[in-house]
Ligand binder design. Structure first.
Ligand code: GLY
Length: 423
């Protein structure tokens, strides 16, 4: 309730300081982008929603021939498309979009028992979490509860963290670590907080808090950048080493990982009121916004330290043969969405810094430099994201999660301008 009031005041404050004309301009900017997104996705929905085996597939990225590349419902990105449709349906009030959101969400149900990695939070909370938010049904809560149970099978009390992957082969040689935790995992905790509240079973919340605290201790550096991966000793629970999988070097700062951290710790503050999480979210946000390598449009390079002295990729990483400093629109979009929320938890110049930073990112992403033309870009909204340069995959392409966080941020911005609570 306190947060709701703060958000309303923030919206009001923006309206008063910016003036009615600016608010109208910003509302038109949001409308233009949301309308465009709905048009692109209407075309996207004309492409087959089932693969050759008849099973559901979800938009993921664009192939080299310019066609959409889709993945199974068990891919970590599968929940983003239905989630985007929910935000668009809520914004536009369009009944057909809502029906489509429902159809695509329903495809995701079998993934509720997925336990092969930690990604079920992305998969099920972006799809069913949004379905439950915008069109609640008791059945959705059951699906979310099962999903949270699946995620918790990967938590081991002696480490205090949810195991992200079953193993990861280091870029430095053949060593395979068997308990890797990646910063992305912070995003999965929202599912656990939600289910703890709905079921009254505090064990879900305890897992989420333990994971966030342990990550804060072992994965966030003193300057509030992060290690992409931290390996744990499964027996003793001790953190062994920080490395990278998707960043430039072990000691560099991978941009999307930074955005996962800003978003994840902001959300953990929302759910717990623990000021240490707020401090971490702010530190990570300041690292992003104040970094000397952040371009003036605030859309980050794929890694803040790529090709800088003192940062060396592992021998097996393709980062060392990728000299172009690609941007990552997905990192910027996720950061923008997180900054809008973070701006509501702090006051004065800090709040303004995060709010203005988010708005600047959104305007950059909504410009022709990043936003596709109608009917192009395999019907995705944004261009210029990066999946995994060290793996040599998905470089300078559209990605479904860049679109999702862009749409979510626009939805949040709109609510703030209307003086409405974010949640
Ligand atoms: N969660 C995987 C990624 O950010 O690429």
């Amino acid at each position: 309730m306190k947060n709701k009031l703060k958000l309303m005041l923030l919206g009001l404050a923006f309206s008063l300081t910016a003036g009615a004309q600016d608010v109208a301009k910003e509302k038109a900017f949001i409308k233009d982008n949301m309308t465009f997104a709905a048009q692109q996705y209407a075309m996207m929905m004309k492409t087959p929603a089932q693969g050759k085996d008849g099973k559901a597939v979800m938009p993921h990225t664009m192939r080299k021939d310019g066609k959409v590349s889709k993945g199974s419902i068990y891919l970590w990105t599968a929940g983003f498309f239905p989630g985007s449709l929910w935000y668009l349906a809520d914004y536009t009030g369009d009944k057909a979009l809502k029906d489509s959101a429902l159809v695509y969400t329903t495809y995701m149900e079998p993934a509720k028992t997925f336990t092969s990695n930690h990604d079920i939070g992305f998969m099920m909370y972006c799809s069913y979490g949004n379905a439950n938010r915008f069109a609640p049904q008791p059945a959705y809560e059951d699906i979310l509860t099962q999903s949270a149970r699946s995620l918790c099978t990967r938590f081991h009390a002696n480490t205090g963290v949810i195991q992200s992957w079953n193993g990861f082969r280091s870029w430095h040689g053949d060593k395979v670590y068997n308990y890797p935790v990646i910063i992305d995992n912070m995003m999965n905790l929202e599912l656990l907080f939600h289910v703890a509240k709905v079921t009254g079973d505090d064990s879900f919340r305890k897992v989420a808090v333990s994971h966030a605290e342990t990550t804060m201790k072992n994965q966030i550096r003193k300057d509030y950048s992060h290690f992409h991966v931290v390996y744990y000793d499964k027996e003793t629970g001790a953190p062994i080493k920080g490395e990278t999988s998707q960043g430039y070097a072990d000691n560099s700062c991978w941009s999307r990982g930074q955005s996962w951290g800003i978003y994840g710790f902001t959300m953990c503050y929302r759910e717990t009121g623990d000021k240490r999480f707020l401090k971490t979210a702010q530190g990570m946000a300041d690292f992003y916004l104040d970094h000397p390598n952040l371009p003036s449009d605030k859309v980050a390079l794929w890694d803040f330290n790529a090709w800088e002295e003192g940062y060396v990729p592992g021998v097996r990483s393709r980062a060392s043969i990728t000299p172009i400093l690609y941007r990552d629109a997905s990192a910027a979009a996720c950061t923008a969405s997180a900054l809008l929320e973070l701006s509501t938890y702090v006051k004065g110049s800090k709040s303004k810094k995060y709010f203005d930073g988010a708005v600047q990112i959104l305007h950059s992403l909504g410009s022709p430099a990043y936003r596709a033309k109608l009917g192009e870009n395999a019907n995705f909204i944004l261009m210029h994201s990066v999946g995994a340069i060290p793996h040599g995959s998905e470089i300078d392409v559209p990605l479904t999660y860049a679109d999702y966080y862009f749409i979510e941020a626009l939805h949040r911005y709109n609510r703030l301008l209307d003086g409405k609570p974010l949640f």
